[in-house]
Design a protein around this ligand. Structure first.
Ligand code: BGC
Length: 522
């Protein structure tokens, strides 16, 4: 009989616990950490297509844009400083997520969220008051630091807080607020762009203070997760908190398992080096491949540059911001579908369905743009039906992403890592996500300029590869308690050879104390 937790029919554990108002509240507040990330993603594309902003900070791009539409449209936005503006944030986020790993592990998840909020606030203010390009870039670096902290801590926080049966849905609250942040930013851009005098961009950029304050204040009122409290030796408080979170008195089974997981985790001196051990190979692979593939769907080409892209294919500035609002709404709505389905249909189903949908859309969009713009990028007159077809397929593509790789790209990593590597592995996930977001942001405009419509085919190719990867290598994690995840690797046809019986996670499941199970030092 395993120590802690009772075993349900299929050999998996089930802990008592309800979806209490308390856990719901804490998860909703914590999930708002996604707002700062989303707001930023949504705001930069719109701002960089506002003529007054371009004229002031990026005059050469502005001049190119004013030139006759008969010139090569694929290349009008190709400017190194403009791309640097967009992507500097992601490099900063990458660095800070590594620092956040230590803060999250040693001082708790909420302190990282608090740092995230404060840094983001500072960045937003500098951007809102920017007078020179360097101020814009410094501001964005601070925003990036904030995002690195928040994205490292929030998904972990949610996965640890949630009762395991609702973990998927509650965790996707993070992605939902990312999408809401994107949409709000796009709507604001739409209106701010109309402000006479052309200073609307200041409101767009400075407006980031609002989501920053939400997460700053939120993190002050939130409790830390029981897992993190135990990890820091606060056992009694953790037990009381666990009772409150789960809404039942008898939490001893889950509590004992958390303590055992924590003991195992304490014996690890070098969480980073530890990640390289053979038994963590499946986790490390997923920590790297999932965010890599998430970015290789090409979603951020749409998210950052939707207005630019719509502009390129012939919409006016106003109409292109409006189209971005349309894609933003689809993004939010489709995320709700994922919240509904993730704990019912499972992660694998959503990954594979979403992948197929994205693939079809990418092929259609590439064909449409190719047919109209050819290879020299001169479209001539664009009929209305054409614009409608392109926007429709872009929306179906966004929906596919929003119920698959979008939320699952954050959910799956945060739920598969055992406690002893959780913080470090999550930092790897955030860093890989940021570096590829950065690379794509950096090279997209140049790629559009050179590859033209073929760009969409490159992403389509990766969608095929990632779907095959999920089909072969990703086990289903639906409905499995987070500290019990070891079993999914042990019963996997490929990963079982790395995660042997008697190794990872067995301390919990075989009822041994973690000391007996013996986690070796590296
Ligand atoms: C991704 C972002 C993306 C967003 C779109 C997130 O999960 O990490 O890169 O822009 O989804 O909704």
């Amino acid at each position: 009989m395993p120590a802690g937790g009772f075993v349900v029919g299929d050999g998996q554990k089930a802990y008592p616990g309800k979806l209490t108002p308390f856990v719901l509240f804490t998860c909703v507040v914590a999930a708002m950490g996604g707002l700062i990330f989303g707001y930023d993603i949504g705001i930069s594309g719109g701002v960089t297509s506002m003529p007054s902003f371009l004229k002031r900070f990026f005059p050469s791009v502005y001049r190119k844009q004013q030139e006759d539409a008969s010139t090569n449209q694929y290349c009008q936005y190709d400017s190194p400083t403009l791309t640097m503006f967009t992507s500097s944030l992601y490099l900063a986020a990458l660095i800070s997520s590594l620092v956040a790993s230590t803060v999250t592990r040693k001082f708790g998840r909420r302190l990282s969220m608090l740092f995230g909020g404060i840094l983001f606030c500072a960045g937003a203010l500098i951007n809102g008051f920017a007078k020179h390009v360097w101020m814009l870039i410094v501001g964005r670096i601070l925003l990036g630091f904030g995002i690195g902290f928040a994205n490292q801590a929030v998904p972990l926080y949610l996965s640890e807080m949630a009762p395991y049966k609702y973990r998927g849905a509650l965790n996707i609250g993070f992605q939902l607020s990312i999408t809401i942040g994107i949409l709000v930013a796009e709507v604001l851009n739409y209106f701010f762009a109309k402000i006479k005098g052309g200073w609307g961009w200041r409101l767009s950029l400075g407006g980031a203070v609002v989501p920053a304050l939400i997460i700053t204040i939120g993190s002050l009122v939130l409790p830390d997760t029981p897992n993190s409290m135990i990890e820091r030796g606060q056992h009694e408080e953790a037990k009381t908190k666990l009772r409150r979170i789960r809404g039942v008195d008898d939490v001893s089974q889950e509590f004992d398992d958390l303590v055992a997981a924590s003991k195992e985790s304490q014996s690890i001196e070098h969480p980073w080096r530890n990640l390289l051990r053979r038994k963590y190979r499946p986790h490390l692979t997923m920590a790297v491949m999932i965010p890599f593939f998430q970015q290789l769907t090409g979603i951020n080409v749409i998210m950052f540059y939707a207005p630019v892209l719509f502009n390129t294919i012939g919409f006016t500035t106003d109409a292109s911001l409006m189209s971005a609002v349309v894609t933003g709404s689809v993004n939010v709505a489709a995320t709700l579908v994922s919240i509904y389905g993730v704990d019912r249909w499972g992660r694998r189903f959503l990954f594979l369905e979403g992948g197929t949908q994205m693939l079809i859309c990418q092929a259609v969009v590439a064909a449409c743009i190719g047919a109209k713009f050819g290879v020299d990028g001169t479209p001539g007159e664009l009929p209305k039906w054409y614009a409608i077809v392109v926007v429709t397929f872009i929306c179906i593509y966004v929906a596919g992403f929003a119920w698959s790789w979008g939320p699952l790209g954050w959910l799956v990593p945060s739920e598969i890592f055992p406690l002893e590597i959780r913080s470090a592995a999550q930092s790897i996930t955030v860093s890989v996500n940021m570096i590829f977001t950065f690379i794509i942001a950096q090279i997209f405009l140049t790629m559009l300029c050179h590859l033209k419509f073929g760009l969409f085919l490159v992403f389509a190719f990766f969608v095929v590869v990632m779907s095959i990867f999920v089909y072969i290598f990703l086990p289903e994690t639906k409905g499995i308690p987070i500290e019990e995840m070891g079993q999914v690797w042990r019963s996997h046809w490929y990963w079982s050879r790395f995660v042997e019986d008697g190794e990872y996670g067995n301390a919990l499941e075989m009822g041994k104390s973690s000391n007996q199970a013996g986690t070796k030092h590296v």
